[in-house]
Design a protein around this ligand. Structure first.
Ligand code: BEZ
Ligand code: FE
Length: 283
């Protein structure tokens, strides 16, 4: 029988797991064990600290429900979701728009609206802006009849479902026209705090982090024969672009086509008409 010590236990576990038939699972689990053991050694983790860690993960699990995924929030606030997305973008076969986090506020039950409609039910007079763009394939060819699902916070920094599970506001699905164009009205979103009432919020507070995300508008774009794209536009002037609590990679230096930083120009308010759309989409 082999005598296990803190020095030999890692290899012993790896030997035991060497029978894993699925090669990718084998690689992932072997690496996870090596890094977890290295982490415990590096910080000299005590049993009491590890119990605290287990209690934290238990609390995260208990917080999960069909409406709330605390583990995704944990992955987001540790920067792991953004890292995994960034690694995926970098290995993508084609160079295309960057991905962004889906986040917890997407929902499938989103109304389909006609081009030019407003996704904001009761915008304050003068607060509307026009949002438009073109969906293309990776070679730049317009994609007609793509679905563009959009969701964002209102001017108060809240998503509709934070007010009530059934309210629908600041979200809509649009179809692109024959030239791949979509256009809608909305209001300028506000930056907001991630949900702070669970164990992840407690962790963020214990780290004296602010918990804020910069203002953004989410997009989920789909079309027959194409992979779905989850992305977002971020407001260029937001003070939290550089210290986003979920560490989203906004940098334009990321490989991929298109900028995810936008400027909202005042004063499309109320004056939106067919000729504006035509002028805007000729840009
Ligand atoms: C969001 O953008 O909606 C979001 C993303 C990650 C964590 C929390 C919120
Ligand atoms: Fe969001």
């Amino acid at each position: 029988m082999r005598e296990l010590t803190p020095e030999t236990i890692t290899d012993a576990v790896l030997d035991q797991m060497a029978t894993t038939p699925d090669p990718r699972l084998k690689t992932i689990m072997a690496s996870a064990v090596k890094h977890l053991h290295a982490f415990a050694r590096e910080v000299n983790l005590t049993p009491a600290e590890w119990i605290k860690g287990i209690e934290f993960m238990t609390a995260a699990g208990k917080m999960c429900s069909p409406e709330r995924q605390e583990f995704i929030l944990l992955s987001d606030t540790l920067g792991l979701s953004a890292l995994v997305n960034g690694l995926h973008d970098a290995t993508a076969l084609e160079e295309a728009t960057h991905t962004s986090l889906l986040g917890p506020f997407y929902r499938e039950a989103t109304p389909t609206l006609a081009a030019g409609s407003s996704i904001a039910k009761n915008p304050k007079p003068g607060s509307e802006c026009v949002l438009y763009g073109r969906v293309t394939d990776a070679t730049g060819k317009p994609v007609a009849n793509a679905t563009v699902s959009i969701w964002q916070t209102g001017a108060d920094g809240l998503y509709d479902i934070q007010a009530s599970a059934t309210s629908v506001d600041y979200r809509g699905v649009f179809a692109t026209d024959a030239d791949g164009l979509y256009v809608l009205r909305t209001v300028k979103p506000l930056g907001y705090s991630i949900p702070m009432d669970g164990p992840v919020g407690a962790m963020v507070r214990a780290q004296a982090r602010h918990g804020m995300r910069p203002a953004h508008i989410h997009f989920l774009v789909g079309a027959a024969g194409y992979r779905e794209l989850v992305t977002a536009l971020y407001l260029r002037d937001d003070p939290h672009l550089a210290d986003d609590v979920v560490n989203e990679l906004h940098a334009t230096a990321r490989p991929g086509k298109g900028e995810l930083l936008v400027q909202v120009f005042a004063d499309a308010a109320g004056a939106f008409a067919a000729e504006d759309y035509e002028a805007a989409t000729r840009l």
